[in-house]
Design a protein around this ligand. Structure first.
Ligand code: RIB
Ligand code: CA
Length: 311
């Protein structure tokens, strides 16, 4: 029984690897890719998503352009991490496959209204603007969502774009608040997990020695991504954030975490976008999210390498 998913994304090298992992996994039925402004502006994220589909030879996957800025704030991008194209590290091309005419928010609404209730999993791995907008415009779709498995947030690991906040949540905290208050089952893959899944030079080499176009691209992207984060964290490799969302769907036993209350800071400039996780249960606020704290990094990279090797 395959699981129907929608990937909502702002490619980004790590998003690209996540999309490839999903495309290589027959357990997942990818209904569509919805693009959002985040790492780079929307014109580039919706270009990059199509480049990834063409790289995998999967141009039948529909790619939808979404929101080009957060619900109520100015856009903040991260070219300093991902490069000017958002996919630096690989010689890119202009994609030939079409971008869908339907807006990503309309695709989300139409799909959730069409599919049987509780059969579609949303996999956001960028700012939550498209999801927050869809839930606001069509509240009837919220209860139809099977579950939300997202990359975002941080607690013990603290922030990466500010001392308090992780980038995806920071860019659109209002959208994140809508999602975290939606009442649907949410699994959060935060920096607390991704910072334990570091892409070392050996992993990059493993992709490169595949001798495939996809392996070469993943090696190029992870190598580029690694350079920035190694400098910043003085770590032996870069955290590979977004593929953890897909790995969770494929092998949840690789992860551990806790069902806790998570609320989003939207008022303070100092802590805007912070995911305030009540890890020790000191409040009686609803335990609305499964917050992943740890990952078996070796198991994750073994899964990722095996699946990427299939493309
Ligand atoms: O903070 C990491 C997240 O922000 C990842 O999803 C990365 O792609 C960027 O979107
Ligand atoms: Ca992302």
């Amino acid at each position: 029984m395959t699981r129907k998913i929608i990937i909502d994304t702002d490619p980004g090298q790590d998003d690209a690897v996540a999309i490839l992992l999903a495309l290589a996994s027959p357990e997942l039925d990818l209904l569509g890719i919805t693009c959002v402004a985040g790492n780079v502006p929307l014109a580039l994220t919706s270009r990059n998503a199509r480049i990834v589909c063409e790289l995998a030879g999967r141009t039948e996957v529909p790619v939808y352009p979404g929101c080009d800025r957060p619900m109520s704030r100015d856009l903040r991008t991260a070219e300093h991490v991902h490069g000017g194209t958002g996919l630096d590290g690989v010689e890119l091309w202009e994609p030939q496959m079409p971008l869908q005419d339907t807006h990503a928010v309309d695709f989300l609404i139409e799909t959730l209204r069409r599919e049987a209730p509780g059969t579609v999993t949303l996999c956001p791995m960028g700012p939550l603007t498209n999801i927050g907008t869809a839930f606001t415009r069509a509240p009837d779709i919220v209860e139809k969502v099977q579950e939300i498995v997202l990359m975002g947030g941080a607690y013990f690991e603290v922030g990466n774009i500010t001392p308090a906040a992780e980038f995806n949540i920071y860019v659109d905290p209002e959208a994140a608040e809508i999602v975290f208050k939606s009442g649907r089952p949410i699994t959060v893959l935060p920096l607390d997990a991704s910072h334990k899944a570091l892409t070392t030079a050996e992993h990059v080499q493993g992709f490169r020695t595949m001798g495939t176009r996809v392996g070469d691209a993943v090696a190029g992207w992870t190598d580029f991504f690694e350079r920035f984060d190694k400098e910043k964290y003085a770590s032996p490799g870069a955290p590979l954030h977004d593929p953890l969302v897909i790995a969770w769907l494929l092998k949840p036993d690789l992860f551990s975490g806790r069902q806790v209350n998570v609320e989003i800071e939207t008022l303070s400039d100092l802590t805007r976008g912070m995911t305030v996780a009540d890890w020790w249960g000191v409040t009686d606020r609803p335990k609305n999210a499964f917050f992943v704290g740890d990952v078996d990094a070796a198991g994750f990279f073994a899964l990722l390498t095996e699946r990427i090797g299939r493309l």
